[in-house]
Ligand binder design. Structure first.
Ligand code: ATP
Length: 236
């Protein structure tokens, strides 16, 4: 599996939000997409998952996505955890996991997957019968991740998991992504503004500014690059 973006441009009416963005995410990679407020990160994820039309090309495992609707992209293996998590607060944790598996018809697979993810997220198992709306912010983010995993994605995209979370909880969430990547082979594309913490966990990162990819590299290189951090990422 690979995700290949070539000259991706997205418009909101006459306003252009992305300008010729090109990059790839390879199988088994943990890639971060970094950038400040309004840079275009959410727009890019929404174009990949089928929520916005685009110009240029997006290919998933070599297949052009432009004519494939969002639901089919999910079935192909592209999962998108939106900003704000998108869990159903009036449903229990366990029901939320079931809702993540609506594209899976095999009931024993659903049970097996729930067991697996309850193992990875023991706090969710403890709270399986509680309403999602009663969970803490960190637990809701874990639930959003576990719910997305229930569709057995090949690529998991997550929009700003740290939003509203304390730094220690953000670390915990990013450590979970690292576990999913290392132990379960999950390919990840994580959008973040929280640069320093994210670069501790990701393999590689792209920096987006005013709708353009302005820098990229191994996380270890970007961590050490004070110019990039100062110029584009608001890190003093
Ligand atoms: P944030 O971290 O604040 O979510 P972002 O990097 O995800 O920022 P986007 O939400 O993708 O940025 O926004 C990119 C640009 O597109 C911004 O200039 C924004 O104002 C504009 N934009 C986003 N959504 C819309 C919309 N529905 N209609 C018009 N313009 C929009």
């Amino acid at each position: 599996m690979t995700l290949d973006l070539k000259n991706l441009s997205v418009f909101y009416g006459k306003t252009q939000a992305l300008f010729d963005c090109s990059f790839s995410v390879g199988e088994g990679e943990f890639v971060a997409l970094l950038g400040s407020n309004g840079a275009g990160k959410t727009t890019l994820l929404r174009a990949v998952s089928g929520l916005l039309p685009f110009k240029g090309s997006i290919a998933f495992s070599g297949m052009a996505l432009d004519k494939i609707v969002a639901q089919k992209r999910l079935a192909l293996g592209i999962a998108h955890i939106p900003q704000g998590r998108g869990t159903f607060s009036e449903f229990t944790v366990d029901e939320n996991l079931s809702l993540g598996a609506t594209i899976v018809s095999n009931r024993s697979q659903v049970r097996e997957d729930k067991d697996r993810w309850y193992e990875t997220f023991p706090r969710l198992r403890e709270r399986r019968d509680q309403l999602a709306g009663n969970l803490s912010g960190g637990e809701q983010q874990m639930l959003a991740v576990a719910r997305a995993l229930m569709s057995r994605p090949k690529l998991l995209m997550c929009d700003e998991p740290s939003l509203g979370l304390a730094p220690s909880i953000t670390q915990e969430i990013l450590a979970i992504f690292k576990t999913l990547n290392k132990d379960h082979g999950m390919t990840l594309l994580v959008v973040e503004q929280n640069v320093d913490i994210t670069l501790q966990y990701a393999d590689r990162a792209f920096v987006i500014e005013a709708g353009q990819i302005v820098a990229s590299g191994a996380a270890t290189e970007l961590i050490a690059n004070e110019d990039i951090k100062k110029s584009y990422l608001g890190v003093a």
